[in-house]
Design a protein around this ligand. Structure first.
Ligand SMILES: [Zn+2]
Length: 293
């Protein structure tokens, strides 16, 4: 597979950026600050350039070209460690980012109720490792054009099969983003990456600019921005592995593996002809229902 073509781009998803804490389990969904910096400098040194999500949306809407090796950086949930550890790196490197905030927890002194790190909120663990963003820090970040905020719902609840609750919750989140940060029509990311067409339509009706999922696949101007996927950046990733993800190798390997598994399961009652029938689109459709390989 060659390099991702014109108008295709990748969106990275981070959560927490904080140093490891001695004596406790490693924080979940975390990329330590030094590794975070290495990942981004590794991408920049390979010719990748980061664009603000808003700029990508505008270019797609206006059918303007997006250069190869363009990527977007996003953060989910709204941890205060974004302000303390991720932002200094982004500022130094001139990399824009979108932070999707679960708005109900702005200024909360407690850990997110959905934080799956068992040490979150423990007295022996620095607050910065788990505390949600403060309004003051958000406003300070907004003074720099590199940071934009998006909605991650208000409560970060599970909304599959609960479209009315989703509408209500998202409305509350959008009102809060507007009242506190002055944002209208922000970008949106589904909590837990859980979505279906019903929720996508509800998000569209609510007036958000896009709805991002956690499906690890390349986005493009040809794909509805309410279906754009994202690649998770983990502590194990380097600039090289992130470049591979952004360039489509990860998606290709995942789909090829999926085809292989299906073919293997089909033997011996079905002939390998399935492999020929198993076109990319078909496989991508299958993976859309959440099959993780
Ligand atoms: Zn989340």
């Amino acid at each position: 597979m060659g390099e991702a073509k014109l108008d295709k781009f990748g969106i990275l998803m981070y959560h927490r950026v904080t140093p490891r804490v001695a004596g406790v389990d490693p924080p979940t969904w975390n990329v330590p600050p030094q590794q975070f910096r290495r990942q981004l400098t590794g991408l920049l040194s390979r010719g990748y350039r980061a664009w603000p999500l808003r700029q990508i949306l505008e270019h797609c809407a206006a059918s303007k070209p997006i250069p190869p090796r363009t990527f977007v950086v996003t953060f989910d949930d709204g941890y205060d460690n974004f302000y303390h550890y991720a932002w200094p790196v982004l500022k130094e490197l001139g990399i824009p980012a979108t932070v999707f905030i679960a708005t109900a927890y702005l200024d909360s002194p407690a850990a997110f109720p959905f934080d799956d790190w068992t040490a979150a909120g423990a007295t022996k663990v620095p607050q910065v490792a788990w505390q949600p963003l403060s309004t003051a820090h958000c406003r300070e970040l907004l003074e720099f054009e590199l940071v934009e905020f998006g909605s991650h719902t208000d409560s970060h609840n599970e909304f599959l099969g609960r479209p009315d609750a989703f509408r209500k919750d998202l409305k509350k989140s959008l009102e809060r983003l507007y009242n506190v940060l002055g944002y209208r029509e922000p970008a949106f990311a589904f909590p837990y990456g859980h979505y279906n067409e019903e929720l996508i339509e509800a998000a569209r009706e609510a007036g958000v600019a896009c709805s991002l999922t956690t499906e690890p696949r390349i986005a493009s101007a040809a794909i509805d921005p309410f279906h754009w996927g994202r690649f998770t950046a983990t502590a194990r990733d380097t600039g090289l592995t992130l470049a591979m993800k952004l360039n489509g190798w990860y998606s290709a390997a995942r789909i090829a593996w999926h085809c292989l598994v299906r073919w293997e399961k089909a033997r011996p009652t079905e002939t390998p002809v399935h492999v020929e029938r198993c076109r990319w689109d078909h496989c991508q459709k299958s993976s859309r229902v959440g099959l993780m390989l």
